[in-house]
Design a protein around this ligand. Structure first.
Ligand code: TRP
Ligand code: ZN
Length: 896
C-alpha cells in the first residue's frame, strides 16, 4: 500500500445539491444466498434547485449489471468501478435497473448478507449501493415499495419497512410479500429481513388513540429472551410521547435480532435491526449491564424514528445531528426509567457512567491522531466517523442546550425543530438555530462546539475577600495545542461553556448564591456562562471562605484544573450535595495517588502506602446511608487506560503495578469491611434488574474482587465458589468466575479451572454467553509463567472462535487489545504482533470491524519510548498489508 494514493478525501465544504431527485423507488428481490436479483424501478427527475447535468451518475458496489430501461425502453449505460452513468437523460423519467449481488459471499455485513441462513441488510452509511445503483446519499428522500420473493420453506418470514400490503404463494414452493413505507426516507434507512424467525407480539394504544402492533423477531431458540426488549420498546414509546410529545407514526414497529452485526443496532424505518447482544436477555444469560444496554439501545433506535428518520441528515458530516441528539435522548430515557427524574442520587448513577465513557474514550480520541470535531470537516471512510466524538461529545453538546435553556426551553427548541424540518434532510446548524430562535437566544458562539476539535481546559482560581464578604472565581479556558491534529484545525475563539458551580460552607452545606449586581441570592447551583477566554464571577454576601464544587454534574465536556488539597477533596467526597461531584472528588483523590505510585514504579522505587487516604475511603465503604450503586462507583479505582493517559508518557506496566498495589492495600486494610459489605449486599430471591438490586450486586461483587486480591485469597475463593454454584443470574455468575481467575493470577494456584470449564459446558449453545467466556479470559491478569497473550493465542484456535462473527472477534481480540493494557503492552511486543495479524486478517473479511481494531494503536506516540518503536513497527507492518479504505485511513493518520 502506498499511503497517499488510495485515499480519496471527502470534504464538508464540497457539498452540493444533487442534480437529480428520486421521488419513489420500487424494489423487487428474488432472494437466493448465492445470487440475488434486484430490480429497482425509480422515478427520477431533475432537481429544480441544483445545477443541471445532462447525464445521471449513480453509485453501486459489488454488483453485476443485468439491464437498464428508461420509461420501458432499453438504454445504454456506462459501468465504472463503482458507478453507473447514463448520458442525456430526460427531465423526468422512470429508470429501471436490474442487477445481481451475492449475499452469501458478503462477509462485510454491509448491504445484503446472510447470517445463520437468514437474510439481513445494513445500509447505513453507504451500504445501499451494495444492493442496487442509486443516489446513495442521505438528502435523497424517496418513498419505497418493496417486493420480496423467496423459497417459502427456507424463508417463511419476509419483512421490510412500513406496512405489509400484499403477500401470497408463488409457483415452485416460493412466496412473496409486498411492503410499503408511507414515509419518504433516505436510502440508508432501507431494510429487509428474510428467514426462519418468530416474533413476540404486543398491541398497544398510543396517546392519540391509535393501535400499534409491536414485534420482536428472533430465531425460535431465543423467543424466551425477548420480554425485556419488548418492555423496553413500550417504555420508549410512552416516554417519547410524555417528554417530547412525539408519537409512533407507523401502524407496525418491528425489531429483528441478528447474530452477525458490525455495531449495536440500526434504526431502519419501522424495521430496526439489532445485534442480538442488545435484544436478548434472561436472568441466567444476561448481566445487569446487558439488561441496561438492551433498554438503552432499544430506546436509542426507537428515538431515531423522529431524530434521524423523520428529520434526517443533509450529508454525513452532519451525523451528530441525529446521533448526538439521539444518544442524549437515550441517556435521559435511561435516567428516567431508573427513577432519576424523582431522585437526583439515582440520576447521578447514570451520569457518572456516561461521563466515565466521555473522559476515557472521547477525551482520548480528542487528543489522538483521529481527533475531529463533532461535525467533522473531512473523511476518507465515513464508517470511521461513528465515533465517541460524534456520539458522546455530540450528546454532551445537546445536553448543554438543555443546561442553558432548562428542560422547558429545550422542549421549545425541539418543538420548533420538528415544526420547521419534519420530512427534511438538514444540518447541525438548523438544530442550533431552532434552539436559539425558540428561546430568543444567540447561539452563534455555541457553534464552536461543532467546529472545533479538542477538549477545552478550564483553569480555575479563586479569591476570598473576608472584609467585603466577596468570593470571586476566575475561569480561564484554553485547549491543548500540543495535539498536531488539533493544531491543524482552525480555532476561531473561545467556547461558550455552561459551568455549573456550588459553594460549600465549612460544615459542608450549600451556600445560596448571589452574583455581584443581583438583588438576592438564588439557587445553590449556578450555571456560569463562560464565553470569553477569561472571566471573573464574583459572589456576594459570602460569610466565610467557601470550598468550590466545580463543573457540577459535568455541565460541559471540559477538563477542570483547580488546585484542591487532598483534605478538600476528601471534604467534597463526604459532603458535596452534588452526588456526581462527590464521586468525582474521590476519583481525583485516587488518580492523584495512583499517578504518584506509578511514577515511583516507573523509577523502580518502592511503593508506599498513604495512610491519609484510608480515612475517607473507609467512610465510603461503611456509609450505608449511601446507595450501594453509588458506593460501588466511588470505590472502583480509575481504569489503567485512563490513568496511563494522564501520564506525560503512558507506561502501562507502571500503572498496572500502581493500581495492583493500591488494590491489594485496600483489600488488606479493609478486609473486614469487604467481608461485611459482601454479606450485607446479597440479593436473595428472584432476579430483578432494578437500580437498587443492580447496585447491591455491583457493590457485593466489588467487595469480592477486592478480597480476591489478598495474599491469602481463601475467603474470596470460598465465597466465589459458592456464589458461582448458587448464582441465579449472570452478573453473579460471571463476577464469581472473574474473582476466581483473579485469585489464580495473584497466587499461581488455578482456582478458576473447574468454574471456567463448567461455564463453557453450561452455556456452549448460547453464543452471547460464549462471548463472555472468551472475554473474561482475554481480560484476565496474566502471570509471568502464563502471559495472557498465550491464552488468547490458544483461544484463537478454539473450535468456537471465529473472526467472521464480529461479537466473537470483539470478545476475544478486542477485549485483549483494548481492555487488558498491562498484558497487551507487554514489553516483548507479543501483544502488538497478535494485533497486527488480526487487523490484517479482519481487513480481508470485514473492513469496518478491522478499522476499529486498528485504532487501538493510534495513540502510540503517547507511550514510553520503549513501547513506541514496537508500536510504530506494528502499524507500519499493517500499513503494508491492508487494502480497505477503512483501515488505510486509520493507519495513515496514526503514522501521519
Ligand atoms: N445508526 C446506528 C445507531 O443507531 C449506527 C449503525 C448501526 C451503523 N450499524 C451501522 C453505522 C453500520 C455504520 C455502519 O447508532
Ligand atoms: Zn444512533
Amino acid at each position: 500500500m502506498s499511503l497517499n494514493d488510495t485515499a480519496t478525501v471527502v470534504r464538508r465544504a464540497d457539498y452540493t445539491l444533487s442534480s437529480f431527485l428520486v421521488d419513489s423507488v420500487e424494489l423487487e428481490f428474488d432472494l437466493a444466498p448465492e445470487q440475488t436479483t434486484v430490480r429497482n424501478a425509480m422515478r427520477v427527475r431533475r432537481n429544480p434547485d441544483a445545477v443541471s447535468e445532462t447525464s445521471l451518475q449513480l453509485v453501486g458496489e459489488k454488483l453485476k449489471f443485468v439491464s437498464a430501461q428508461i420509461d420501458g425502453v432499453p438504454v445504454d449505460v456506462l459501468i465504472g468501478d463503482s458507478t453507473l452513468t447514463i448520458e442525456d437523460v430526460p427531465d423526468s423519467f422512470e429508470l429501471t435497473l436490474t442487477g445481481l449481488c451475492s449475499p452469501s459471499a458478503n462477509t462485510t455485513m454491509l448491504g445484503l448478507y446472510v447470517s445463520r441462513g437468514n437474510f439481513f441488510t445494513q445500509c447505513e452509511a453507504e451500504g445501499f449501493r451494495r444492493i442496487t445503483w442509486f443516489l446513495d446519499r442521505p438528502d435523497i428522500m424517496s418513498t419505497y415499495t418493496v417486493t420480496l420473493r423467496a423459497d417459502k420453506v427456507d424463508y417463511p418470514v419476509l419483512l421490510s419497512n412500513g406496512n405489509l400490503v400484499d403477500h401470497g404463494d408463488l409457483p415452485g414452493g416460493r412466496h412473496y410479500a409486498r411492503w410499503q413505507d408511507p414515509f419518504r426516507k433516505p436510502s440508508y434507512l432501507f431494510a429487509l429481513v428474510a428467514g426462519k424467525l418468530v416474533a413476540l407480539e404486543e398491541r398497544i394504544k398510543v396517546r392519540s388513540g391509535g393501535e400499534k402492533l409491536l414485534q420482536v423477531w428472533v430465531e425460535p431458540r431465543d423467543l424466551d429472551k425477548t420480554r425485556h426488549a419488548m418492555d423496553s420498546l413500550i417504555q420508549s414509546i410512552h416516554w417519547d410521547e410524555a417528554r417530547f410529545g412525539l408519537e409512533l407514526d407507523l401502524d407496525r414497529f418491528m425489531i429483528v435480532a441478528v447474530d452477525d452485526f458490525n455495531m449495536g443496532a440500526m434504526e431502519n424505518k419501522g424495521l430496526n435491526i439489532f445485534n442480538t447482544k442488545f435484544v436478548l436477555a434472561s436472568p441466567e444469560t444476561a448481566s445487569d449491564a446487558d439488561y441496561a444496554n438492551v433498554q438503552a439501545v432499544v430506546g436509542h433506535e426507537y428515538f431515531h424514528n423522529w431524530t434521524g428518520n423523520r428529520v434526517t441528515c443533509r450529508d454525513w458530516f452532519q451525523l451528530s445531528l441525529k446521533e448526538g441528539l439521539t444518544v442524549f435522548r437515550d441517556q435521559e430515557f435511561t435516567a428516567a426509567m431508573m427513577g432519576g427524574d424523582e431522585r437526583p442520587a439515582v440520576r447521578a448513577l447514570k451520569r457518572i457512567e456516561d461521563v466515565r465513557i466521555m473522559r476515557q474514550v472521547q477525551f482520548g480520541e480528542d487528543s489522538g491522531p483521529m481527533a475531529h470535531s463533532v461535525r467533522p470537516d473531512s473523511y476518507s471512510e465515513i464508517s470511521n466517523f461513528y465515533t465517541a466524538t460524534v456520539y458522546r461529545k455530540g450528546a454532551e453538546v445537546v445536553r448543554m442546550y438543555q443546561t442553558l435553556l432548562g428542560r422547558d426551553g429545550f422542549r421549545r427548541g425541539m418543538d420548533l425543530y420538528f415544526q420547521r424540518h419534519d420530512g427534511q434532510a438538514v444540518t447541525c446548524d438548523d438544530f442550533r438555530v431552532a434552539m436559539a430562535d425558540a428561546n430568543g437566544r444567540d447561539f452563534s458562539q455555541f457553534e464552536r462546539w461543532y467546529s472545533q476539535a479538542g477538549t477545552p481546559r478550564v483553569a480555575v482560581t479563586t479569591q476570598y475577600d473576608a472584609t467585603a464578604k466577596r468570593y470571586s472565581v476566575t475561569l480561564t479556558q484554553s485547549y491543548d495545542d500540543n495535539n498536531a491534529t488539533v493544531v491543524g484545525q482552525t480555532h476561531t475563539g473561545p467556547w461558550h461553556i455552561p459551568f455549573a458551580i456550588g459553594l460549600l460552607d465549612p460544615y459542608g452545606a450549600d451556600l445560596p448564591l448571589g452574583l455581584d449586581g443581583e438583588s438576592a441570592a438564588r439557587e445553590t447551583t449556578r450555571i456560569l456562562e463562560l464565553t470569553q477566554t477569561q472571566q471573573t464571577f464574583t459572589f456576594v454576601d459570602v460569610e466565610t471562605r467557601p470550598l468550590p464544587s466545580l463543573l457540577r454534574n459535568f455541565s460541559a465536556p471540559v477538563i477542570v484544573e483547580y488546585d484542591y488539597s487532598d483534605d478538600e477533596l476528601a471534604f467534597l467526597l463526604e459532603h458535596d450535595s452534588d452526588p456526581f461531584n462527590r464521586w468525582d472528588a474521590g476519583q481525583r483523590l485516587f488518580t492523584r495517588e495512583l499517578l504518584a505510585l506509578a511514577s515511583r514504579a516507573a523509577a523502580g522505587q518502592r511503593l508506599e502506602t498513604n495512610e491519609a487516604l484510608m480515612g475517607p475511603i473507609r467512610r465510603v465503604v461503611t456509609d450505608t446511608s449511601l446507595a450501594a450503586g453509588l458506593r460501588e462507583l466511588m470505590l472502583v479505582l480509575p481504569t489503567e487506560t485512563w490513568l496511563a493517559e494522564q501520564m506525560a508518557e503512558s507506561d502501562p506496566a507502571a500503572v498496572h503495578a500502581a493500581r495492583q498495589f493500591l488494590r491489594k492495600w485496600l483489600a488488606t486494610s479493609l478486609k473486614d469491611e469487604w467481608l461485611t459489605t459482601y454479606e450485607d449486599n446479597l440479593t436473595p430471591g428472584a432476579y430483578e434488574p432494578t437500580p437498587a438490586a443492580c447496585g447491591r450486586r455491583a457493590l457485593k461483587n466489588l467487595a469480592l474482587a477486592y478480597l480476591a486480591e489478598l495474599d491469602d485469597p481463601s475467603d474470596a475463593v470460598r465465597l466465589a465458589d459458592m456464589q458461582y454454584r448458587t448464582a441465579n443470574n449472570m452478573t453473579d455468575r460471571s463476577a464469581s468466575l472473574g474473582a476466581l481467575l483473579n485469585a489464580s493470577a495473584g497466587t499461581g494456584i488455578d482456582f478458576g479451572k473447574h468454574a471456567l470449564d463448567d461455564f463453557y459446558e453450561r452455556f456452549k449453545d448460547d453464543p452471547l454467553v460464549v462471548d463472555k467466556w472468551f472475554a473474561l479470559q482475554a481480560m484476565q491478569r496474566g502471570t509471568l509463567q502464563r502471559p495472557t497473550v498465550e491464552i488468547v493465542r490458544t483461544l484463537l484456535s478454539h473450535p468456537a472462535f471465529s473472526l467472521r462473527n464480529p461479537n466473537r472477534a470483539r470478545a476475544l481480540v478486542f477485549s485483549f487489545c483494548g481492555a487488558n493494557p498491562a498484558q497487551f503492552h507487554a514489553a516483548d511486543g507479543s501483544g502488538y504482533s497478535l494485533w497486527a495479524e488480526q487487523v490484517v486478517a479482519l481487513d480481508a473479511l470485514n473492513p469496518q470491524v478491522a478499522a476499529r481494531l486498528a485504532r487501538m494503536l493510534e495513540r502510540w506516540r503517547a507511550y514510553v519510548p520503549a513501547l513506541r518503536e514496537p508500536m510504530r513497527g506494528a502499524l507500519a507492518a499493517v500499513a503494508g498489508q491492508v487494502r480497505s479504505r477503512d483501515v488505510i485511513e486509520v493507519v495513515r493518520k496514526a503514522l501521519g
